[in-house]
Design a protein around this ligand. Structure first.
Ligand SMILES: Cc1ncc(COP(=O)(O)O)c(C=O)c1O
Length: 400
């Protein structure tokens, strides 16, 4: 394909790392995963990092851990404030644990949660905000953190799309009580499948470690406050304390993650260079609304979003046809407006005010890929194609 949505970020180092693990015979979780977790925690300046089998698993394990805290655990029926645009598995654990969702609209410019609506979303049952920085672009994490602190709420930061992005110099993913990352193919680093949960809270970390592996005690430090070790090694070896999962990553993923993390900064630099070209071509053209960084934010530019200005009558189908003809890959923005998916019928939820912008993004938006390599010819061609295909007149308002 001339301009694909994603491509491999691997070099020889990753292949060699996989071979080393195969040669060692230790394919299940072991020292490479542990090393990757230590490297990740150091890189992101957090106390604890836990590698799991996917970003979705990180969300699931993280939400579960909050239900087993000693003090102020989440409980079924509690309310959670969520943005209307995110990936499906941002929301699923919330539904599966019996939480009630309150959906907020997004800002059209950033595609992130509209924080001006936060106070309105608050009720006596609110216990948590799930914040998501969409496609590399930091949400107003500082304001969301302050809101959570002033109302005694947990902040769960699903940062699966935004590794390496910062707000006022602080890395996204580190604002929350729990932060999650995805290392799926096409993300900022790739371990094939994979995810990471970070936290500074040792209790949450120990709970998450246990929940990651069958809910047993074996992976939890023996002096952890989440259980009382008994002097019976036979019993302790298979002791189950929490209803957990098996969300462990393979050792192969850990070994690849170590190599990928070393390249993160240089890959981010290239992504930002590509983004500068994209912005120079598209910004200021009233036909296209592109993702904008809020003051103090530095996006890690997962991809390039375009929303066809709803004030003009540009036909998205025409634009897509032109992109298809030009061999340019495109797709819906993240998962679009989550409220528009059939699965919503299984959720206990309501919306805070009208959901306008998320629907505009759903109906008139799409994204094309960014890559950790120079894609100037692709971005330029994409601009030429859109420039030609996006012909539209201003919609006239008919008054009666
Ligand atoms: C916001 C968000 N959360 C969670 C996930 C799930 O990550 P994974 O695909 O690793 O399960 C994704 C996937 O891209 C995502 O975009």
């Amino acid at each position: 394909m001339f301009y694909d949505l994603a491509s491999s970020s691997w070099g020889e180092e990753e292949t060699r790392a996989i071979q080393r693990v195969i040669d060692s015979g230790q394919l299940t979780i072991g020292s490479h995963v542990r090393q990757f977790e230590e490297d990740f925690a150091r890189t992101f300046g957090v106390r604890h990092a836990l590698m799991v089998s996917s970003g979705s698993a990180a969300n699931l394990v993280g939400v579960a851990a909050l239900f087993y805290k000693k003090d102020r655990p989440l409980q079924r029926g509690d309310e959670v404030i969520v943005p209307s645009i995110s990936w499906a598995t941002t929301y699923y654990p919330l539904q599966q644990y019996g939480l009630r969702l309150r959906f907020l609209d997004v800002e059209l410019e950033s595609l992130n949660m509209d924080v001006s609506q936060l106070e309105r979303a608050l009720t006596p049952r609110t216990r948590m905000v799930v914040a998501v920085s969409i496609l590399g672009n930091p949400a107003a994490m500082d304001r969301i953190r302050a809101f959570c602190d002033s109302h005694g709420l947990y902040l769960f930061e699903d940062n699966c799309e935004s590794m390496g992005s910062t707000l006022n110099g602080k890395l996204c993913g580190t604002f929350g009580d729990i932060g999650t990352f995805s290392t799926f193919f096409s993300h900022h680093i790739s371990t094939m499948e994979g995810g990471v949960l970070v936290t500074d809270d040792s209790e949450l970390f120990h709970l998450a470690r246990s929940i990651r592996a069958h809910g047993w005690t074996r992976d939890v430090p023996q002096d952890s406050a989440i259980f009382d070790k008994r002097p019976d090694d036979f019993f302790e070896a298979y002791r189950f304390i929490l209803p957990g999962y098996n969300a462990r990553p393979l050792e192969l993923a850990g070994a690849v993650g170590i190599e990928q993390l070393k390249k993160l900064d240089s890959m981010l630099e290239v992504r930002r260079c590509n983004a500068a070209l994209f912005q120079s071509l598209f910004a200021g053209d009233e036909r296209f609304i592109i993702q904008q960084e809020r003051p103090g934010a530095r996006s890690s530019w997962f991809s390039f979003t375009v929303i066809l200005n709803p004030a003009l009558d540009i036909d998205r189908r025409e634009v897509m046809r032109a992109m298809k003809d030009a061999d340019i890959g495109y797709r819906i923005i993240t998962g679009g407006c989550f409220l528009r998916h059939d699965v919503i019928k299984y959720f206990d939820y309501d919306t805070v005010g009208e959901i306008v912008n998320a629907n505009v993004a759903h109906d008139r938006g799409f994204f094309v890929g960014n890559h950790p390599r120079d894609i100037a010819p692709q971005v330029e061609r994409f601009h030429q194609v859109l420039d030609r295909a996006a012909v539209g007149r201003r919609r006239s308002v008919v008054s009666v």
